[in-house]
Design a protein around this ligand. Structure first.
Ligand code: ADP
Length: 430
């Protein structure tokens, strides 16, 4: 008799455990799905973590805070609408050290408060507890998110009725929080790494340009100075009385030679750049472009630019140097983002698309909603040193065109209606 009761219990316990595990698995899968669907933005991931945690433990409200220098910053607040709005306005976004959320982390363990109202019964109830009760918090459970024994954040779950969490729910929540921390931290780290890469790519570009400029300046300065001296000499000969036309002509001839020399130096530098052999790999252009978009994510977000992509079906691989092609994309994207900085009506869209073209190849389009290209600048865009930016060098588009032409393709720009610019390039297939 006893055995059969015992046996039945075990079976139903096992059933409960299976249900719990399935729920926990579903909860973490939802977080992973959010990560896969949101390559650029962390917010949907924070929200998915909280939605899953509140559902898993049947809570009414969830709060996720991440650790920073001065305390814990609230990055997501989800659940019962009224509670969300009250908690949002009653608790500061940054919970400083010593405040209620940060006090929950001292033990590094889950903190369960079955009944908040009971905490108000002493003579000197704490202000933080009073606020929580006024907001409508009755039962609370907080778990620190630990990474290598460091607290990287906290998740709190709240119920609006006094209804303590069960031991099972507490352990379920603790396990979920541990898994969510791993996912959250590796995603954060990977994204920080991408941002650092972008900053590096920028710095590299500027440094290379700076060096190039310095050497061009150095080499070209000399014939220009000589030309100036010879021109001045020619003027002096012309001022002489009687006029010495022979000497003046000779000096002007030297000016022409100096100018030719400056031109030759520039041609030599250009030939030298062209001679650097480009790698010829079979490049999946969509992947290469996606990487650059990921690199420029922060730049776009900081300038409130939304990025849309539309990659063509069944694109052939193109033949070329993946890094150089990415450099072209980086330039076009950064230019597009910069062009939209002063757009005032808030419509800042960057649209990047690829299409297969005949004969075998791919066309890439980068379109923005910036001020566009005026008729005077259009023919000059690809000239070296043409820039309208105070800090610009005007080398970007000229280098982009050299790269694309070295790949056997074409790069051109057109204005768009009602506004914006469209840069397009073609690349032959592998
Ligand atoms: P830089 O960015 O240093 O100015 P570039 O060669 O990349 O050099 O660009 C040259 C010029 O072309 C820019 O200064 C700007 O006037 C113009 N330009 C480039 N991209 C755009 C764009 N998307 N919209 C409007 N103007 C652009």
């Amino acid at each position: 008799m006893n055995e059969s009761i015992h046996g039945e219990r075990t079976a139903s316990e096992l059933q409960d455990r299976v249900t719990e595990l399935v729920e926990q698995q579903t909860a973490i899968s939802e977080v992973l799905r959010a990560i896969a669907n949101s390559p650029h933005d962390m917010q949907p991931i924070f929200d998915a973590i909280l939605d899953s945690a509140t559902r898993l433990c049947r809570a009414d409200l969830g709060v996720l805070r991440l650790s920073e220098e001065s305390g814990f910053r609230r990055v997501a607040l989800r659940g019962d609408r009224l509670l969300v709005s009250r908690a949002g306005s009653s608790f500061p976004v940054l919970a400083e050290k010593g405040s209620l959320p940060s006090r929950f982390t001292t033990s590094r363990l889950a903190t369960h408060i079955p009944d908040f109202t009971a905490l108000l019964e002493g003579d000197h109830p704490d202000d933080h507890w009073i606020t929580a009760v006024n907001v409508g918090v009755r039962t609370g459970l907080t778990v620190p998110l630990l990474k290598d024994n460091e607290i990287v954040g906290i998740i709190s779950l709240v119920r609006k009725q006094v209804q303590p969490f069960t031991d099972q729910q507490i352990s379920l929540f603790t396990d979920f929080a541990a898994q969510a921390t791993i996912v959250l931290e590796s995603t954060r780290r990977e994204r920080q790494y991408r941002e650092a890469q972008m900053a590096l790519a920028h710095a590299n570009r500027v440094a290379t340009m700076g060096e190039l400029m310095a050497s061009i300046t150095h080499e070209v300065k000399q014939p220009i100075a000589a030309a100036r001296n010879n021109a001045r000499a020619a003027l002096n000969f012309m001022d002489q009385n009687p006029l010495d036309l022979g000497e003046a002509r000779e000096a002007l001839g030297c000016v022409v030679d100096d100018a030719d020399r400056a031109g030759d130096i520039l041609d030599r530098i250009r030939d030298h750049i062209k001679k650097v052999p480009a790698r010829k790999d079979a490049v999946a252009i969509d992947d290469a472009i996606s990487e650059v978009i990921a690199l420029t994510r922060a730049e776009a977000a900081n300038n409130s630019v939304s990025v849309r992509t539309q990659f063509g079906e069944g694109l052939p691989r193109v033949q070329g140097d993946r890094v150089q092609l990415q450099q072209v994309m980086l330039n076009l994207i950064v230019n597009a983002i910069q062009s939209m900085r002063d757009v005032e009506d808030g419509n800042r869209e960057l649209h990047i698309s690829t299409v297969a073209i005949e004969p075998e190849g791919v066309r890439v389009e980068v379109q923005d909603t910036g001020p566009g290209l005026n008729p005077e600048s259009l023919p000059r865009l690809f000239e070296p040193f043409y820039t309208t930016k105070p800090e610009g060098m005007g080398m970007g588009l000229s280098i982009c065109r050299s790269i694309i032409e070295a790949h056997g393709g074409r790069l051109w720009a057109t204005g768009c209606e009602p506004r914006g610019a469209l840069f397009q390039f073609t690349i032959p297939a592998d």
